[in-house]
Design a protein around this ligand. Structure first.
Ligand code: PEP
Ligand code: MN
Length: 341
């Protein structure tokens, strides 16, 4: 971190500032230029609040020169992380997987949806048993019964199960049943207590970007999980809230290469929540694939009009199969290109 000192500061004020920093356990490096003086602050500057420094009279500006996320940072871990989600399904480092299934687990139709998704090429099964709904009066999910149905389908089809955890008190119920991937939803992306608790479990995590979350906030959320010991984190771009109203969210395709640049963690694209409408899900899925996502999460329902949640964005099994054919073509094209380069 560097602090740029105003050229009006006296030598005494500068000395006082340097002492203030050093008293807090940091080293300093003062470089006096013709027009400004720069104080380099060396040490774990994540402990310093830059706004506090900027509020000091003699300070002009404060800039971070290293990112506050360490464990998720590609600088300290140049190779891509590959996550084993169970049943030999690997994500990251060139391993591309598609997670498919209904928004909510609703009952017996789960098995039928899962079979169709697998037939079309999905390698992981999703479904919400605990649903984060904007309204407390909307359907809240089947709870533990839903987890049982998911696990049964996952075992029968040998597909790892991805399902959302909303409350740290449910972690044992997930772990005891052998849930393969715990999803942290957009609404809980900055629920730091939950992130820390999930960080103490030894289960891969699919971490969604917050509804209005920046890329850095997503990386810091991953850091919360990783700093507790669980380094098996997949990042998920699921669209962010913008001024646009024609789609449910705005799919930030940029985030996919940006996250790859900044982090070694796998990046998953979710075109379903990113767009909110079935008609836009496939084009967004193709864009995410072409942008280098390590996988996709797509909602699929046998009868979208009757779905208990997110029916407007569900693909039917036939639409999903069509998407999978084109996704495979895009993967072939970008992978062949990467080999030539
Ligand atoms: C979901 O995956 O069904 C979901 C609720 O997603 P998000 O947290 O991204 O809104
Ligand atoms: Mn959903």
């Amino acid at each position: 971190m560097i602090a740029i000192v105003k050229n009006t500061a006296t030598a005494d004020q500068l000395k006082h500032f340097v002492k203030w920093i050093e008293d807090r356990g940091f080293k300093t490096n003062v470089s006096r230029g013709e027009n400004e003086t720069v104080v380099g602050i060396i040490g774990d500057t994540t402990r310093i609040d830059p706004f506090l420094l900027e509020s000091m009279d003699i300070i002009d500006q404060v800039r971070r020169v290293s990112e506050p996320f360490k464990k998720a940072n590609r600088k300290f871990h140049p190779e891509d992380t590959v996550i084993d989600c169970g049943y030999g399904v690997l994500v990251g480092g060139g391993n591309f997987q598609v997670i498919a299934g209904p928004c909510s687990v609703e009952g017996e139709n789960l098995m039928e949806i899962a079979r169709a998704a697998k037939k079309a090429g999905a390698t992981m099964l999703r479904g919400g048993a605990f649903k984060p709904r904007t309204s407390p009066y909307s359907y809240q999910g089947m709870g533990e019964k839903g987890l049982d149905l998911l696990m049964e389908a996952g075992r029968e089809l040998e597909m790892p199960v991805v399902t959302e955890i909303m409350d740290a008190r449910d972690i044992d119920a997930f772990v005891d049943r052998g849930v393969n991937v715990m999803q942290i939803g957009a609404r809980n992306s900055q629920n730091f207590t939950l992130l820390k608790e999930v960080g103490r479990a030894n289960v891969p995590v699919l971490l969604k970007r917050g509804i209005s979350g920046t890329i850095d906030e997503l990386l810091m959320a991953a850091e919360y999980v990783m700093s507790e010991g669980n380094e098996k984190v997949m990042l998920c771009e699921r669209g962010i809230r913008t001024f646009e109203t024609r789609t449910r969210n705005t799919f930030d395709v940029n985030a996919i290469p940006v996250l790859h640049h900044l982090s070694h963690l796998p990046v998953i694209g979710d075109p379903s929540h990113a767009t909110g409408y079935t008609r836009y899900v496939r084009p967004a899925a193709y864009a995410a694939t072409a942008a280098g996502a390590d996988g996709l999460e797509i909602e699929v329902h046998d009868r979208p009009a009757e779905a208990w949640s997110d029916g407007a964005q569900a693909l039917t099994p036939d639409q999903f199969a069509d998407a999978m054919r084109r996704i495979a073509l895009i993967r072939d094209a970008i992978c062949a290109d990467a080999e030539e380069a």
